[in-house]
Design a protein. Sequence first.
Length: 222
Amino acid sequence: MPGATVTEDIELIIEDHGGKGGGPVPPTGGGRGGDGDKNRRPRKPAQGRYSTGITLAMISILVFFLGLCTAFVVLKHVSVAWVPLRIPKILLLNTAILLTSSYTLERARKQLSSDPSRFQKLWRIATALGVLFLLGQMIAWLQLFASGIYIGSDQATSFFYIFTAAHAVHLLGGVAALSYVAFRNFDKAKIPRNTAVQVSSYYWHFMDGLWIFLLALLYLGR
């Protein structure tokens, strides 16, 4: 019959193309083909996502401090009750410690690929220097307390406590990030070590530069 002949011709064409293609076309739907997806390792988030996140965080911190700095400058010029600020000398030592920490961190970052052991050593030194900076800030507050100067003593002193405390809180987040990189087993981490190193170093250098700016502003308020 004509219908049977057409059917036989179609079957021959399908078999002929299957032989030339190296075998039948694998199924695209479910079945055993889906087992390969289960064995695939989950993809880690792109590095750009972390970089964008830390950039937005730094912008928000910058806006916050710019608001405080604007209030500081305006009040200094319009207030008739402004008292010159007394700045503890230990802040200069603390600044040197923070700058050294940032320098050591950058040296460590350059050793990440070539010498992981040295990277680990330098990174932990930078982290310890960050902790030392925070302790130095506490000593500065204690020195003011011992002199009878408190947050409500006058306007300039209030800003000093607000600036240094707000910076210390944000820097503490940086210390936590550095500690994560220093002691984390990245074989089980969701973020690659290279990305964690880059993002945390960006944040640390940003907090370093922010402190230099705040210190210069405080000296202008004396």
